[in-house]
Ligand binder design. Sequence first.
Ligand code: RP5
Length: 154
Amino acid sequence: MGSQSDWQTMRHAAETLDALGVAHDDRIISAHRTPDRLVEFSKTARDSGFKVVIAGAGGAAHLPGMCAAMTSLPVLGVPVESKALSGQDSLLSIVQMPGGIPVGTLAIGKAGAINAALLAVAILALNDAALADRLDAWRAAQTARVAESPSDDV
Ligand code: RP5
């Protein structure tokens, strides 16, 4: 993520990966404030053993796109909700990549962070039957929690 301030959003990705038993390495890497850190991470990510990158950033959110420019690993972008423009700036910064360098862009905020984790798991599960079973079980449990009628007590 681009800043400590993104953690309140991105922690939902981390928690979702925890729930599915997928290891993750949570880092602050700012495209603007720590550009050398971004280059070092992105260029060595594959050789370091990473399989998928989830990059969350807000505002002028160049982190996912610049990371994707320097690695051919799948990069999933999470637009963090910004104060000034409610994350629409983040979304448009991340989603409008030029043809040739893809970033899989998720929804703004918490939903996007959760779904980035689930999409990363789905990618990893292509070659991991046990993980695919855990993902199916997670989804089944989610389905089971949906009541058929609304309650006044919630
Ligand atoms: C971006 O700027 C970060 O991803 C963050 O969402 C936003 C604001 O960062 P802080 O000023 O809160 O550190 O680089």
